[in-house]
Design a protein around this ligand. Structure first.
Ligand code: BGC
Length: 734
C-alpha cells in the first residue's frame, strides 16, 4: 500500500476500511501479551515503546495547538535542551477562531502537520476545543471561543489540515474542561441538554466531519467519573454513538484506576508519574489478564485502535513513502502572518484614527511592555520555541521607521510596575503625534496559562492607569490588546478613540500588527467570544461559588445553555463588545435577503447582497443566526448557524449564500434522548455581529424531524457499571 493511496482511502476515523482492518488483525495476531501491553501506555513522557521485530516504531506524541513544542526530557518536564527543536508559532487558537476563516485555519493545520512530520511526530496533541464558559479560564487562549458552531468549523478545518500530512490530530479535552483551577479534581455536574448542545458539538464535528484519529480525555470528572476513563463519554457517546474507530489517550497523569481504565474506553495511558511498568495499563493490566480478571479482548481492542491509527496515518511506511515535512520555512512564516492579520479585531475606531497614515504623522510613541515581549514560548504545553519572533516594536520600526520618528517607553512591567516608568511613558506619549499602547496579559501563571485561572478580568500591572494617563495627554491614542482572553476596559474605553484586539499572534505578530495599524491590510477579525463590561455579566459568575470555581469538589453548570452571548441575549445585558463584533476600515451594506429550499442535505439557502459601501478594500464576516419562534422547550434567543467571509473591493457587491442543514434548527430533547427540529416558525437573522443584525426573514419548518441517539444509549446519563458481575463474564485467555 503506498502512502498516498493509504492516506486517502483510510483517512477517516468513523469508517471501516477492510484493507486497514486486515493489516491491523494480522499485526495483532503476531503480538505477544507483553508487546500488546507496551502499546497501551507510554514509556517516556511523549513516546510509546515500539516492537522492532514487527517493525512497529516508537510512536512520538507532541504538543501543541499553535506549533510543535520543543523536545522534553524523557522522564521530566525539563526541556531536552536541543538545538533542532524550534518550530513556527501560529497565532493562538482563540485568535485563529477570530479569523472566522476556515480555509486559512486549514492552511495553519497543514503547516502544523508539515512541521510535525519534519520533527518525526506521529500525533499532534491538538486542537483544544473546550468551550469558553468563563474568560477567566487559564486556557481560554488555547480554545476556539464560546460558540459551539464556530468552534466546530474551526476544529474541522484545523484537523483536516493536520491529518492531510499523515499526522494524527488529537482533539482535547473530552469533556467540560472549562476551568484550570482545580482541574485535576473538579467534578462537573452539567445537564444532558447543555452537554449535547454546548460542550460536545465541536468534539462530535471533529470525529464525524473531520475524522480525527485521536481524542484526549480531560483531567476533571464528569458526573462523578474521571473523564480519561469515563464510560458514558468514551464508550457510549464517542465510540458507540459517534462510531469513533481511533484511539482515546488520557491527559498526562489523568489515569486513576486500572479497572476503570480497562473497561471505560481508554486506549493509551500517557504521562502517569510512575515508572512505565507501574502505569495503570501496564503490569496491573497484564496481571489482571493473567489471573482472569480482565478478558484479553479488552486489551486487543485497545491495541487494535492504536495500530489502526498508526497504520492509517502512514506510521508503518518507509519514510520516503510518506508526505514530507518542512520546519520553520519562510512560507510557514507567511501563513502565520496571514493568520495573525486576519485574527486582529478592530474593536473601536472613533474618527477613523486608524489606519495611521504615514504621510500625515511625524512621530509615534510606542508604549508598553507587550510591545517588546515575545509570547510564543509561554503557556507551558501550548508554547513554541521559535527561531525568531517579530515583536510589535520591531514590526512598527520595520514598517514605519523610515517615515516617522518612533520612540519607545515601557510604561509598565510584569516584573516591577513603577510610577517612574509610568510617568516617563506619559511624557513620551505627550510629545508624539500618535501614541500606541501595547497592553494586555502574558502567557504566565494566573494570566493566560495552563493549570491556573485568572483571578479577575482586570488588566494587571497598573495598565489601566497607564492607558488613562496616556489618553489624557494624547487624544490620538490607540490601544492594542495583546492577550489570549477578554480583558476589562471600562475605566478607559470612553477616552480612547481606537482599540485593536491582537491576541498572541505567533512569529509574525509585530509584522501583522504593523500592517493593520498602517493600513496595508484592513482588519477583518471578529470576536469569537463576548467581551463583558465586568465578570459578573458572565453566566458562570452569576450564581455562587458552586457554579464557579466549585464547592466541595463539584461545580454545577446552573446556567445550562446560557453560555456566552446566549446569556447576554437571554438576560438582555449590554456587552462591552458583542460576540461576532469587529470593524473594518471600510463599511458593508446588507440587502435583499431571500430564503429558498435547498437540495439534498441542504434544506434552506439564505441569500443576500453584501456590498462594500466604503472606499477601501476589505473583508466582512457575514453571520447567520437562527431564532426559534415557537418551541416546546426553552431555547436561546438566537444561535449562530452559518457565516461567510468575503473580500470585497470598494463599491463591489456580491450575492452571498449561506446553506443550512437540518442541524441548524435542532435542539437536544433530554427526555426523548435525541435531536429535534420542530415544526413551526423560525427567524433567520443576518448581520455583522450578534448585536448588529441587518436582515431578517421568517421560515416555516413544515414537519418535525426527530433523530434519536442510538437506542442502546437511551437512559443516557447512566454510566457503564464496573461491577464484579461484569468482570466475571470475562474468561481468561492469556
Ligand atoms: C495538558 C494537555 C497536554 C499534555 C501533554 C497536559 O497537562 O492538559 O493538553 O497535551 O499535558 O503536555
Amino acid at each position: 500500500m503506498t502512502s498516498s493511496t493509504s492516506l486517502a482511502s483510510t483517512f477517516d476515523s468513523t469508517c471501516s476500511d477492510p484493507d486497514l482492518e486486515s493489516r491491523v488483525e494480522e499485526l495483532l495476531s503476531r503480538l505477544t501479551l507483553e508487546e500488546k501491553i507496551g502499546l497501551v501506555h507510554g514509556n517516556t513522557k511523549f513516546t510509546t515503546a515500539g516492537v522492532p521485530r514487527l517493525n512497529i516504531p516508537t510512536r512520538w506524541l507532541t504538543d501543541g495547538p499553535h506549533g510543535v513544542r520543543e523536545e522534553i526530557s524523557p522522564d521530566s518536564w525539563i526541556p531536552a535542551g536541543r538545538w533542532d527543536d524550534y518550530a513556527t508559532a501560529l497565532p493562538v487558537a482563540l485568535g485563529m477562531a477570530a479569523t472566522w476563516n476556515p480555509e486559512l485555519v486549514q492552511a495553519g493545520g497543514r503547516l502544523l502537520g508539515s512541521e510535525a512530520r519534519a520533527r518525526k511526530k506521529n500525533i499532534l496533541l491538538a486542537p483544544g476545543v473546550n468551550i469558553q464558559r468563563t474568560p477567566l479560564c487559564g486556557r481560554t487562549f488555547e480554545y476556539f471561543g464560546e460558540d459551539p458552531f464556530l468552534a466546530s468549523r474551526m476544529a474541522v478545518a484545523y484537523i483536516r489540515g493536520v491529518q492531510s500530512l499523515g499526522v494524527a490530530a488529537c482533539v482535547k479535552h473530552l469533556a467540560v474542561n472549562n476551568q484550570e483551577i482545580d482541574r485535576m479534581t473538579i467534578d462537573v455536574q452539567v445537564d444532558e441538554r447543555s452537554l449535547r448542545e454546548i460542550y460536545l458539538p465541536a468534539f462530535q464535528a471533529a470525529v464525524q466531519e473531520a475524522g480525527v484519529w485521536v481524542v484526549m480525555g480531560a483531567y476533571n470528572k464528569l458526573r462523578g467519573q474521571w473523564c480519561s476513563h469515563n464510560s458514558y463519554l468514551l464508550n457510549h457517546v464517542l465510540k458507540t454513538e459517534w462510531n469513533f474507530k481511533g484511539l482515546v489517550v488520557s491527559d498526562w497523569n489523568a489515569v486513576h484506576d486500572t479497572t476503570e481504565a480497562v473497561f471505560n474506553g481508554l486506549d493509551l495511558e500517557m504521562g502517569t508519574e510512575l515508572p512505565p511498568e507501574k502505569h495503570f495499563l501496564s503490569e496491573p493490566f497484564r496481571d489482571g489478564i493473567l489471573d482472569g480478571r480482565y478478558h484479553i479482548e479488552l486489551l486487543d481492542e485497545k491495541v487494535r485502535r492504536n495500530l489502526r491509527v498508526l497504520i492509517a496515518t502512514g506510521g508503518m511506511e518507509q519514510e520516503e513513502n510518506r508526505p514530507s515535512g518542512i520546519l520553520a520555512s519562510p512560507d510557514h512564516r507567511a501563513i502565520s502572518r496571514e493568520l495573525a492579520e486576519e485574527a486582529i479585531v478592530l474593536l473601536k475606531n472613533e474618527g477613523n484614527l486608524l489606519p495611521v497614515l504615514l504621510d500625515k504623522v511625524r512621530s509615534i510613541a510606542v508604549i508598553g511592555e507587550n510591545a517588546i515581549r515575545k509570547h510564543s514560548k509561554g503557556g507551558f504545553g501550548a508554547g513554541v520555541k521559535v527561531m525568531h519572533e517579530v515583536n510589535s516594536l520591531e514590526g512598527i520600526r520595520q514598517r514605519a521607521g523610515l517615515c516617522a520618528d518612533i520612540t519607545y517607553s515601557v510604561g509598565y512591567s510584569a516584573e516591577d510596575a513603577g510610577q517612574e516608568a509610568l510617568e516617563r511613558a506619559v511624557k513620551t506619549a505627550s510629545r508624539a503625534d500618535v501614541a500606541i499602547v501595547f497592553a494586555g496579559l502574558g502567557r504566565a501563571p494566573y494570566l493566560d496559562d495552563e493549570s491556573t485561572d485568572r483571578a479577575s478580568l482586570a488588566l494587571p500591572f497598573g495598565q489601566d492607569e497607564l492607558i488613562r494617563r496616556v489618553a489624557e495627554v494624547n487624544p490620538r491614542t490607540i490601544v492594542v490588546i495583546v492577550s489570549g482572553s477578554p480583558v476589562e476596559m471600562d475605566s478607559w474605553i470612553a477616552s480612547v478613540p481606537a482599540v485593536l484586539q491582537a491576541w498572541y499572534g505567533g512569529v509574525e505578530q509585530g509584522t501583522a500588527i504593523a500592517r493593520v495599524v498602517f493600513g496595508d491590510v484592513a482588519p477583518s477579525g471578529k470576536l469569537p467570544c463576548t467581551f463583558p463590561h465586568r465578570i459578573e455579566d458572565i453566566s458562570a459568575h452569576d450564581f455562587g461559588s458552586d457554579t464557579y470555581p466549585g464547592l466541595n469538589g463539584k461545580v454545577f453548570y446552573k446556567e445550562g445553555l446560557m453560555v456566552g452571548y446566549r446569556h447576554f441575549d437571554h438576560q438582555n445585558i449590554e456587552p462591552l463588545f458583542a460576540f461576532g463584533h469587529g470593524l473594518s476600515y471600510t463599511d458593508f451594506a446588507y440587502s435583499d435577503l431571500t430564503l429558498e429550499s435547498g437540495e439534498g442535505a441542504i434544506i434552506l439557502n439564505a441569500s443576500f447582497n453584501l456590498t462594500n459601501s466604503g472606499s477601501r478594500r476589505g473583508a466582512e464576516v457575514a453571520q447567520l443566526y437562527v431564532q426559534d419562534l415557537e418551541s416546546s422547550l426553552p431555547r436561546p434567543v438566537k444561535e449562530l448557524k452559518g457565516f461567510a467571509k468575503m473580500m470585497l473591493e470598494p463599491g463591489e457587491q456580491r450575492r452571498v449564500t449561506i446553506p443550512l442543514n437540518v442541524k441548524a434548527f435542532m435542539f437536544f430533547d433530554p427526555e426523548r434522548s435525541g435531536w429535534m427540529a420542530e415544526k413551526g416558525h423560525f427567524r433567520i437573522l443576518i448581520g455583522s455581529s450578534s448585536r448588529d443584525l441587518r436582515l431578517a426573514a421568517e421560515y416555516h419548518f413544515e414537519d418535525s424531524i426527530f433523530e434519536p441517539v442510538p437506542a442502546a444509549l437511551n437512559g443516557h446519563a447512566k454510566r457503564e457499571p464496573v461491577s464484579s458481575s461484569d468482570i466475571s463474564l470475562c474468561e481468561a485467555r492469556p
